[in-house]
Design a protein around this ligand. Structure first.
Ligand SMILES: Cc1cc2nc3c(=O)[nH]c(=O)nc-3n(C[C@H](O)[C@H](O)[C@H](O)COP(=O)(O)OP(=O)(O)OC[C@H]3O[C@@H](n4cnc5c(N)ncnc54)[C@H](O)[C@@H]3O)c2cc1C
Length: 407
C-alpha cells in the first residue's frame, strides 16, 4: 500500500492553472482571516460573489455532477483544489456541505433541479435545521410538527444551534409528520425557504463567534414538493446527512494549521541559549501533538479513499470524527503547555503568535466537540456498528454506497 500521492502531468498542470488564477483574482485583504468567524461584511460579500465564479469553473463543489451545477471532477482533482484553496486562504462556499449528498440520494429529479442546482452554483445557501432545545444527541425525540394542509405543509416548533454565517435561503429541517407512528418512522425532512412568513431567526453568541441561530416557526406554510423523501422517511433521509457529518466522506486535504504553527513556535522560540525544543518536556508534548494530528490525517484520508472507491463503510466515519474531536482538545492543552499565556492572546493582540491563531484554536477545539454527534455519541455509533451494543446498525446510504453519480 502506498500512502503518498503521485500526481500526473495533467494534474500538475491543473494545479498550476488554479494557483495562477487565484493569485490573479484574490486580493490579499480578502484572504480568510485567522478567526474565520470574524469575517468583515466586505470579506463576506466578496466570498459570497466569488463562490459563484468558483462554482462556474467547477472548483467549488468539484466532485458533484456537472448536470446539477457541480464540477464533475475526480477526488484527485478535489484534493489539488483543496490544497491550492488552502494556500490562497479561500473561503469555499457557505452551505453546510452535508445537504448535497442528502439531496443527491433522496431528492427526485424535479427537486434536484429546484434545490440542488442553485445550491451547487452558490446562487442559494442552505443550513441544517435539526437540533431542538430538548433534542440534541437524542435527535429522534424532537417535537417540532409538520401538518398537511391541502398540497402544503404547516410547520410549527423551535430549533437551536443552527450554524451558518450566511443567511440561508433554505433550512433543511426535520419535523414530526405523524405523532401516532413509531419513533424513527414519524418524521419528514423539508426544505424550508427563508424568509417565510412566521419564521423568525435569532442569533446566538457561541464561544467561537456569532454565527449560530435559533429559529422559531409559527404556522409556516411551505409547498408539498419541499418534502424530501416520503412523509414517514425523514429519519432515514437525515441519516444520510449525519453519515457524512460524522466523517463518512473523509477529507481530501485535512491540513492542521494549528499543529504547523505549534511546531514552528517550538523550532523558532529561544530560551536560555537553546530553542525550546531542547526542553525534554516541551519536546514530548510537541511530539504527542504531532503524532495525534498525523493519525487523524490518516483516518481522514482513509475514509476519503474508501468513499471515493465506493467501499462499504462501517465504524470508520465515527472513528475519525471521535479522534478529531478528542485530539484537538488535547492538542489545545499541549499548546497551552508549550506557548503558556501566549496561547491565549487573541487576534487583536499585537504580541499574539501567528496572528492569534492559537487562541482561536483554544475556543474552536472546545465547541468542536459538540456538533455532528458528541464524543460519547460517536462511541455509541461505533459500538452499534461493530456489534457490541443492544442494537446493531449499518452505515446509512450515501452517494458513494447508493451508487448515484457524483461523490
Ligand atoms: C458549534 C455548533 C454548531 C452546531 N451546528 C448545528 C447545525 O448547524 N444544525 C443543527 O441542527 N445542530 C447544530 N448543532 C447542535 C449539535 O448537533 C448538538 O449540540 C449536539 O447534537 C449535542 O446535543 P446537545 O447540545 O443537546 O447535548 P446533549 O444531547 O444534551 O448532550 C449532553 C451531554 O450528554 C452526553 N450524552 C447524550 N446522550 C448520550 C448517550 N446516549 N450516551 C452517552 N452520553 C450521552 C453528550 O455526549 C453530552 O456530553 C451545533 C452545535 C454546536 C456546538
Amino acid at each position: 500500500m502506498d500512502f503518498t500521492y503521485h500526481y500526473t502531468k495533467e494534474q500538475e498542470e491543473f494545479r498550476q492553472e488554479i494557483r495562477t488564477w487565484l493569485e490573479r483574482n484574490i486580493p490579499k485583504d480578502m484572504r480568510a482571516p485567522v478567526d474565520r468567524s470574524a469575517l468583515t461584511d466586505e470579506q463576506f460579500n466578496f466570498w459570497r460573489e466569488m463562490g459563484k465564479t468558483l462554482a462556474a469553473k467547477g472548483w467549488l463543489y468539484s466532485t458533484y455532477p456537472k448536470e446539477y451545477g457541480g464540477g464533475g471532477l475526480t477526488g484527485a482533482h478535489e484534493t489539488i483544489i483543496m490544497e491550492e484553496f488552502d494556500k490562497a486562504r479561500v473561503i469555499a462556499g457557505f452551505t453546510i456541505s452535508y445537504v448535497f449528498p442528502t439531496l443527491l440520494v433522496w431528492a427526485n429529479e424535479e427537486q434536484k433541479e429546484k434545490f440542488l442546482t442553485p445550491l451547487l452554483k452558490l446562487e442559494k445557501v442552505a443550513s441544517q435545521l435539526f437540533t431542538e432545545p430538548g433534542a440534541g444527541s437524542d435527535l429522534a425525540s424532537l417535537q417540532s410538527r409538520a401538518v398537511r394542509d391541502g398540497d402544503d405543509w404547516i410547520l410549527n416548533g423551535q430549533k437551536t444551534f443552527i450554524g451558518g454565517r450566511a443567511v440561508a435561503d433554505y433550512l433543511m429541517g426535520l419535523f414530526i409528520t405523524d405523532p401516532d407512528a413509531p419513533r424513527h418512522r414519524n418524521l419528514g425532512l423539508f426544505m424550508v425557504p427563508f424568509p417565510s412568513e412566521g419564521l423568525e431567526q435569532r442569533r446566538i453568541k457561541l464561544l467561537t463567534g456569532n454565527d449560530s441561530s435559533f429559529y422559531f416557526l409559527d404556522n409556516v406554510r411551505i409547498p408539498g414538493d419541499h418534502l424530501i423523501g416520503g412523509d414517514h422517511q425523514g429519519w432515514q433521509v437525515a441519516q444520510t446527512t449525519l453519515e457524512i457529518e460524522h466523517g463518512g466522506r473523509g477529507a481530501a486535504f485535512p491540513r492542521d494549521e494549528a499543529l504547523e504553527n505549534l511546531l514552528k513556535y517550538v523550532r523558532q522560540t529561544e530560551y536560555d541559549g537553546h530553542t525550546i525544543g531542547a526542553d525534554p518536556i516541551l519536546q514530548q508534548r510537541a511530539m504527542e501533538a504531532f503524532i495525534d494530528s498525523k493519525i487523524f490525517n490518516l483516518y481522514s484520508k482513509r475514509n476519503y479513499w474508501m468513499y471515493q472507491a465506493r467501499q462499504e463503510m462501517s465504524y470508520h466515519g465515527s472513528q475519525s470524527a471521535l479522534y478529531g474531536k478528542v485530539f484537538r482538545m488535547t492538542n489545545a492543552d499541549r499548546a497551552r503547555d508549550i506557548l503558556g499565556m501566549y496561547s491565549l492572546l487573541g487576534v487583536r493582540e499585537p504580541r499574539a503568535p501567528f496572528g492569534g491563531q492559537q487562541e482561536v484554536y483554544q475556543r474552536s477545539s472546545l465547541t468542536g466537540a459538540h456538533p455532528g454527534g458528541t464524543i460519547e455519541v460517536q462511541k455509541v455509533i461505533m459500538a452499534r456498528r461493530i456489534g457490541i451494543s443492544r442494537t446493531r446498525e449499518r452505515a446509512a446510504p450515501t452517494p458513494s454506497s447508493a451508487g448515484v453519480s457524483g461523490v
